[in-house]
Design a protein around this ligand. Structure first.
Ligand SMILES: Nc1ncnc2c1ncn2[C@@H]1O[C@H](COP(=O)(O)OS(=O)(=O)O)[C@@H](OP(=O)(O)O)[C@H]1O
Ligand SMILES: Nc1ncnc2c1ncn2[C@@H]1O[C@H](COP(=O)(O)OP(=O)(O)O)[C@@H](O)[C@H]1O
Length: 327
C-alpha cells in the first residue's frame, strides 16, 4: 500500500499545511486524479513545493480548522504528489518522512478504515472533550454519558486525566510543560479511538486553550466536541472530594516540587519533583483558561447544578442532533 504523509508531519492551522520530507523536490507537486473521494474532498488543493528549503506545502483545505489528513495525500520520491493513495504510473519510490525525532518513516494504510468500523458500530467516531476545574464534575459526567450511550447500544471509551496519570502519563507532573504534554498525548490517543469508530470521552482539566485547540485540530471538522463544565471555583472548592483545594490553600502544592508532602494525593512521580517549574493547583495558583467557542456549556451554579443524568442528556442530545449516533 502506498505510503501517505501522516498528519503529524504537518504544521499550521486552517489553510496551508506544511510538511517536511527528506527527498529533494525536482518536479513540481501535482495533483493526480483530484483529491475528492466520493466527492467529499472538494475545496482541497495541492500547491507547489519550495525545493530550496525542501519544505513542501502539501494541501490546503478552504474553511477547514485542521490540517489535511493523510488519507488525502500521497507522496512519491521524485517530488510528484498524488491524491487518493494511487500511484502515478512509472513512479514507485516512496518518500519517507521525518516526524519529530523519527526519521525514515512511512504511513501504512489498511483496507478496513474508519468508515467500515463506523458501519459496523452504527455510529460516528468522535471525541467528546470535557474540560473544567478539578471537582467540577468531569469524571461524573464522563461516566454518566458513557452509561447513557452504552444503554443505547453505543460503544464508548473514557479517557480520564486522573486515571491516565496512573499509566500512560505517569512520567508527567503538573508543571506547565508537563500539562501541555499530557494533553497532547491524550489528544493523540483520543484521535485513535475516534478513528476506531468509538465515541471517546476525554475528561481532563486541560487548562490551556491552545492545547485543547491543538487536540481539536487533530480531528476532522466537527468530530471534536468540546464540553465546558462551567462550575465556579466556589462550588469545586466546597466539594473538594480529594482534599486538594485544602492542600493548595495551605500552600502545600505550590513550590513543593522538590519534596512531596502527600504522595497519596498528588500522584507526582519522584522524578517530577526534581523539575524546576513551579507547580500550582489549577484555579488557585495555576491558570485555567475557559473555552470561548466550545460546542456545549454545562452550567453549574451555586444552588443549582444539573444532575449527572441531565448533564449527560445534554451531550447525548447534541450527538443525536449532529448525526453521531448513526452511521
Ligand atoms: N496541581 C494540580 N493541579 C490540578 N490537578 C491536580 C494537581 N495535583 C493533582 N491533581 C489531580 O490531578 C487531576 C488532573 O489531572 P489532569 O491530567 O486532568 O490535569 S491537566 O489537564 O494536565 O491539568 C485532578 O483530577 P480531577 O479533580 O478529576 O480534575 C486532580 O485530582
Ligand atoms: N452534577 C453534580 N451535582 C452534584 N454533585 C456532583 C455533580 N457532579 C459531580 N458531583 C460531585 O462533585 C465531586 C467532584 O466530581 P468529579 O466528577 O470527581 O469532578 P472532576 O472529575 O471534575 O474532578 C464528586 O464528589 C461528585 O460526586
Amino acid at each position: 500500500m502506498l505510503s501517505r504523509a501522516p498528519p503529524r508531519s504537518c504544521s499550521g492551522g486552517a489553510g496551508n499545511v506544511r510538511c517536511r520530507h527528506d527527498a529533494p523536490s525536482r518536479r513540481p507537486w501535482v495533483p493526480a486524479g483530484g483529491l475528492a473521494r466520493g466527492g467529499q474532498r472538494a475545496g482541497v488543493k495541492l500547491v507547489a513545493a519550495r525545493p530550496a528549503t525542501r519544505t513542501v506545502v502539501v494541501a490546503a483545505a478552504a474553511g477547514e480548522r485542521r490540517p489535511v489528513g493523510p488519507e488525502r495525500v500521497a507522496a512519491v520520491a521524485d517530488g510528484t504528489m498524488l491524491a487518493n493513495g494511487s500511484a502515478v504510473a512509472g513512479i514507485s519510490k516512496l518518500v519517507t518522512s521525518t516526524i519529530g525525532k523519527s526519521t525514515n518513516i512511512l504511513w501504512h494504510d489498511c483496507p478496513i478504515g474508519q468508515n467500515e468500523r463506523q458501519k459496523l458500530l452504527n455510529q460516528k467516531g468522535c471525541v467528546v472533550w470535557i474540560t473544567g476545574l478539578s471537582g467540577s464534575g468531569k469524571s461524573t459526567l464522563a461516566c454518566a454519558l458513557s452509561r447513557e450511550l452504552h444503554s443505547r447500544g453505543h460503544l464508548t471509551y473514557v479517557l480520564d486525566g486522573d486515571n491516565l496519570r496512573h499509566g500512560l502519563n505517569r512520567d508527567l507532573s503538573f508543571k506547565a510543560e508537563d500539562r501541555v504534554e499530557n494533553i497532547r498525548r491524550v489528544g493523540e490517543v483520543a484521535k485513535l479511538f475516534a478513528d476506531a469508530g468509538l465515541i471517546c470521552i476525554a475528561s481532563l482539566i486541560s487548562p490551556y486553550r491552545s492545547d485543547r485547540s491543538a487536540c481539536r485540530n487533530l480531528l476532522p471538522n466537527s468530530s471534536f466536541i468540546e464540553v465546558f463544565l462551567n462550575a465556579p471555583l466556589e462550588i469545586c472548592e466546597a466539594r473538594d472530594p480529594k482534599g486538594l483545594y485544602k492542600l493548595a490553600r495551605a500552600g502545600k502544592i505550590k513550590g513543593k516540587n522538590e519534596k512531596p508532602t502527600d504522595c497519596r494525593c498528588l500522584l507526582f512521580t519522584r522524578k517530577a519533583y526534581q523539575g524546576k517549574s513551579p507547580v500550582g493547583f489549577t484555579g488557585i495558583d495555576d491558570p485555567y483558561e475557559p473555552p470561548s467557542d466550545c460546542e456545549i456549556v454545562i452550567q453549574c451554579n451555586i444552588g443549582h447544578c444539573p444532575s449527572p443524568k441531565s448533564m449527560a442528556d445534554q451531550v447525548v442530545s447534541y450527538l443525536e442532533a449532529n448525526g453521531f449516533l448513526q452511521d
